[in-house]
Structure formats: structure tokens, C-alpha cells
Design a protein around this ligand. Sequence first.
Ligand SMILES: Cc1ncc(C[n+]2csc(CCOP(=O)(O)OP(=O)(O)O)c2C)c(N)n1
Length: 384
Amino acid sequence: MHPSFATRLNLDLLEQNYERWQKDPDSLDSGWSAFFEGFELGNFDGKNGATVAVAPAEARRDLRESPLQTRIDALVYAYRILGHTIARVNPLAEKRPENPLLTLREFGFSDKDLDYRVSSKFFLDGRQMTLREMIALLDQIYASSIGAEFQHIQNTRIRDWVRHRLESRIFAPSPSPEIQVALLRSLLEAETFEVFLHTSYVGQKRFSLQGAEGLMAILDTLLHKCASDGIEEICMGMAHRGRLNVLANFLRKSLNVIFTEFTENYVPALVAGDGDVKYHLGYRTVRKLAAGEVEIRLSANPSHLEAVDPVVEGTARARQRIRGDTEHRRKVLPLLIHGDAAFAGQGIVAETLNMSQLAGYSTGGTFHIVVNNQIGFTTLPEDG
Ligand SMILES: Cc1ncc(C[n+]2csc(CCOP(=O)(O)OP(=O)(O)O)c2C)c(N)n1
């Protein structure tokens, strides 16, 4: 229906329909809906936007004075770029981080506008919703317990892929009860292991995983994905934090052996060590899963943090050659687990990343996990 149906001659009908539309926009056909949206849009500027009483930078003022649709699109875009800066990724923080560039006022809105019906052709295929709902969805996607910084990716296909993954995630069904139980089990195993060491080897130096047991759930998920995606081998490296837990619960190294190595009177043949030798040993295993077998190699680790990174990449590349996987490099996955301070501070991390794009060194992609306990000896969180 063309909006010319709406003239002063049918003012009563117009008012009735406007009331109906405000209560339930779906109760009218799309012609009326479009008309009322336009009507509200035209009315919008006088209510807010241009009258915001703060002196903003020129560019921001331009935005606030822009038409409704421009501001809605800008809001979506801003969440994609900046959502991660207000994401609740720090479980120790007392309050959620704030970013003045992501406030209603920044886009020329106020609380009064939250019930406006809006849509953006850039967000969820132009789905209609209230401004309140749109912000809640953007918040859930871009600023919940997962933050994603990805808009800098210049390859539009890759960027769109990431965006699609993030935006479709919230409509995906939650994991099956079996998976939820399996993940809970891996958290409990990790926790029980640390508690046992803590109570059985009192006073022993221990690089506990407590507080970061989520690592084990990530590794478990990754392992199952490897098996179902045809990855035959994982070459991994990590420092001391959580290493015994990974050896016990991920590589399934015998607990007997781990605990023997943990006792004070255990003298390893190879090193005149500092008591940390158990945290340096490598291991190899084959995990048998319903979807197939995956071999896992954990490289031995020196005291020098992150020095193992290029070693793991070299090992992975060699294993790819041995497995005849030099074209696509999809059978052997390098996996590096870092500490937050070491990852930020050690130049060898950047060196390893740089080498990754050279034909002679590429391994087809590495899975990096940073175990962020927010401390690194004397490095405080704000410095890290
Ligand atoms: C190259 C190098 N520099 C310094 C050290 C000394 N050192 C051992 S652990 C550590 C802190 C590491 O912090 P982080 O990476 O956050 O790991 P966390 O122990 O907190 O899990 C430092 C500086 C080292 N082992 N290697």
C-alpha cells in the first residue's frame, strides 16, 4: 500500500492506526508500519539529538544531529568496533568497564527513546526491534563475557565471517546436556587435582591453575573438534602455570608418575634443577575419542618463558612434513598456551607471530590461549 492513503481526510483512521501500531506494530500491514516509522523518524530530532547540552567534538556533534537511521547504523557499527572495551571479561572487576563513546547520548539518544522501533539493514537483516532490544542484543553479542576485536581485519571475507559467527551465536541452541556435563566434569577434574596437590604436598612450590580452570574446558572442546575435523596431531607448548593439570587431565599422564615427580626426594636424572623440573618435562600421548584418535605432543619447556613458542612451530612443521601435510597443513595443529605477562612482555612472541607468514616457516595457523591470572611476578594488571 502506498503511503498516499494517509491524508488529512482520514485523520481518525490515522490516529486509530497509530495507536494500534504503537501497541503492536505487527497488527498493521507493512505500508502503515513504514508510514509510522517515517512519522516517528521525522519527529525524532526535536526530541533529542540536536539539543544535547554538551560541547562534543565536531564529528560527534554531526552524528548527534544526523537522521535517526544514521545514528542507529552508527550505533551498530560502534558496538562492533568498541563493544569489547566494555565487555565483562574480567571476573575480578567490581564493575563493568565504561566507554563514553558507547553511551546513548553519544548517538543523540536518551532513555526516553528506548522504546522507539528501529532497525538497521546492517544488523540481523534489518530486523525490527525497539532501541532497547537492539542495545541489549548488541551488548549480548559484543560486550558480554566474550569480547571480540576484529573490525581492523582488512580482508572483508574474513571480517564478515567473524561477524557472522559472533552475531549468529546468540541464536544457537545451548549445548546438549551431555556436553554441559562433560565440561563441568573437566572443570571439576581440574579443581580436584589442584586441591589434592595443595593438601598433599603442603609448602611445595606449585603453579596452580586455580581460577583459570576454564583452560581445561577449552582444551577438551578443542580436542573433540580436532578429532571430528580430521586433525591428527596437536603439537603444544606451555609454561609452568597449570602444566601438571594439563599433563594429568589433557595428556592423561599417569598420576602415579606425576606425584612421584612431585615428591621432594625425587631426583631426575637429567638436570641439576631448582625443584621445578616437573614443570619442564614434555610428554606424548594418543587420545582415543569417539570421532578418532589425536596424538598430542607437549614440548619440554625451559625456564625461559615463551622460548618454547618457535620450538613448537618447528616441531609442528616437521610433523606436518612427516604426515605428508605440507599443502594445506590441516592435519597437525600447533597450540600455544601463554601467561599474560609473558605474552605481553616477551619479544619472542612477536617474533614467532612474524615468522608465521613466511613460506618457509608457516604452519597453517596456531591456536593461542593466554591464561590470564592478571599477575606476572611484579607486573600488576594495569601494567600488563
Ligand atoms: C625470559 C624470562 N624472563 C623472566 C622469567 C622469570 N619469570 C618466571 S615466571 C614470571 C612471571 C610470568 O607471569 P605470567 O606470564 O603472567 O605467568 P603466571 O605465572 O602469572 O601464570 C617471570 C617474570 C623467566 N622465567 N623467563
